[in-house]
Design a protein around this ligand. Structure first.
Ligand code: PGA
Length: 246
């Protein structure tokens, strides 16, 4: 049987507890009792809503994840959250190195690797994000930027069981622009060559109408979805596209 496509919803800094709970419950009901799903749903709410979301997902096949974690397991780091704390709330996954963290919090690839390592130590699966800027792509540097980010962002503790790579071209995030199928095919093949068996997700303006095409490109093992994951129906439509055309 083909491995399940990983369909990850990154809710970013949106909604309040009641919205999270309602969306999680709606999705749990939608997949309940359905055997042989071709996808694994993973919901990554804002930190304050992780507990309510994990609670709403109790008994469901849908998993919960955090959006970031600190590289240390405890200490004097005001405002930060340790991987072990996410695990404690019922998370299975955590996103690290999202381009919004790299951009707005100046996170480096080496820090991202340390966060992924902390996630592994806590028993979480790290979703390690990489992606080039528009200017880097225009300058013909996309391949070398991604190769460099992969080299520095993946810790030596990473295995195909505890790590996932998410390729998200920064210019495609929240812009409505997606990379062309040819560009995705090219970049995912490059990443496969460097990341071996680690599952590889594509992210950047994925929606119901383009999910089927993207999910059937070789070496695309799933998608990381921002805006379109905030509506349960749209997110589900993306997931259902995993099974189309098979
Ligand atoms: P988007 O975001 O789907 O809204 O483009 C993707 C992401 O940032 O993970």
């Amino acid at each position: 049987m083909a491995p399940l496509k990983l369909i990850v919803g990154n809710w970013k800094m949106n909604g309040l507890t009641a919205d999270s709970r309602e969306r999680a419950e709606k999705l749990a009901v939608a997949v309940k009792g359905r055997g042989n799903l071709p996808f694994q749903l993973i919901l990554c709410p804002p930190a304050t809503m992780v507990a309510a979301t994990a609670e709403a997902l109790r008994g469901s096949v849908i998993k919960c994840g955090g959006q970031d974690c600190h590289e240390q397991s405890c200490g004097a780091f005001t405002g930060d959250i340790a991987a072990v704390m996410l695990k404690d709330l019922g998370c299975t996954y955590v996103i690290v190195g999202h381009s919004e963290r790299r951009q707005h919090h100046r996170e480096t690839s080496l820090q991202v690797a340390a966060k992924a390592k902390a996630a592994h130590a806590a028993g979480l699966i790290a979703i390690i994000c990489v992606g080039e800027l528009d200017s880097e792509r225009s300058a013909g540097q996309a391949d070398s930027v991604i190769a460099g980010q992969l080299k520095d962002s993946i810790p030596d503790t990473a295995t195909a069981e505890n790590s996932v790579i998410a390729y998200e071209p920064v210019w495609a995030i929240g812009t409505g622009k997606t990379a062309s199928s040819e560009d995705i095919r090219h970049m995912h093949a490059l990443i496969r060559g460097k990341a071996g068996k680690l599952p590889i997700l594509y992210g950047g303006s994925v929606k119901g109408s383009n999910a089927a095409e993207i999910l059937h490109i070789p070496n695309v093992d799933g998608v990381l979805v921002g805006g379109a994951s905030l509506k349960a129906e749209e997110f589900l439509a993306i997931a259902e596209a995993s099974g189309e055309g098979k």
